[in-house]
Design a protein around this ligand. Sequence first.
Ligand code: PMP
Ligand code: GLN
Length: 391
Amino acid sequence: LNRRLAEFGTTIFAEMSALAVRTGAINLGQGFPDTDGPDEVREAAVRALRDGRGNQYPPGPGVPELRAAVAEHQARVYGLSYDPDREVLVTAGATEAIAASLLALVEPGDEVIALEPYYDSYAASIALAGGTRVPVTLRPRDGRFVLDLDELRDAVTPRTRLLLLNTPHNPTGTVLTREELAAIAELAVERDLLVVTDEVYEHLVFTDETTPAHLPLASFPGMRERTVTIGSAGKTFSFTGWKVGWVTSTPELVTAVRSAKQYLTFVASGPFQYAVAEALALPESYFTGVREDLRAKRDLLSAGLTAAGFEVYRPQGTYFITTDIRPLGDDRSHGGDGFAFCRALPERAGVVAIPNAVFYDHREAGAPFVRFAFCKRTEVLANAVERLKAL
Ligand code: PMP
Ligand code: GLN
């Protein structure tokens, strides 16, 4: 393994899902739903397969139907207009979109600022691109993990090339507010930074008095021309195995990202691209239904984890709950060590979770936090809660 990748072992998701299979524990670790997305979307994929659409290499930028649907979605939901021919690129999931964006836009030695804890592929993609990651730590305050805007500002140096953002944020469930996004936008304009923004959980937001709707960074003044926005069908439509993602940006930035993408996979997911085009055009009631379903599950698991003795950071978006294990006491929390806790949990309680420390450079800052996924059937969550209460 070369030096760029030497620090990265097997991803925690593979490790923990294998542990779940081996022990038969309930898997609240890796984020994937235990029920598939809508039947009509599955049928659309079957139709595409049967009609021979996408069974051979699709066009490099993605099939025209999907590019049009992505552009239509950005216009309908956010009032953002993108030219489907020049400003939309289909990728093999958001993972490839992230990797291709960094490979295309970062020079060796450039600094890339990422919110810590960060999704694990960010660190590896920055490393593959030869960049230096500069984490800015989200810190718990009043029940939410919060970005310190002064810290973000201080992290920018003359070597900073881009900000890699994620809202709604995995693993903390934080949704950045209008004010926070406006400040980030101002900073990006002032310091002439590019922004790659991972918005794969855009539809999984539990709006209430304290939670803003998801706002795309590209909709802020001066941002459209410097922002690469990333989306994915995996989360919104519950088809994580299809690996259909997309990028929207300016023609120049999309062309740059495509230059890298074409040598990673060239193209992917032919028939599924047609199906996702139909999914993006589902009525608003679909998107509302997903949110309502997940909100109930968030509430169930939050209440259960609280009752089991965890401190719960109630997420505003995504399908993850971050908890602090220290209130469980020294014994049960393995001295507040999330890694040790998660390694032992399948045997001790029959549940799998993810130690947030893997998403940190400052491991000690993430040590006591553990993430549980709630994109599971209600009875599965209820069963997990009973097991955790008996811990
Ligand atoms: N970004 C974030 C924040 C994620 O949580 C995930 C899914 N785990 C991805 C990107 C990857 O998405 P995809 O499956 O579409 O590659
Ligand atoms: N994004 C999912 C998570 O955070 C899983 C991704 C993966 O398995 N690579 O759990």
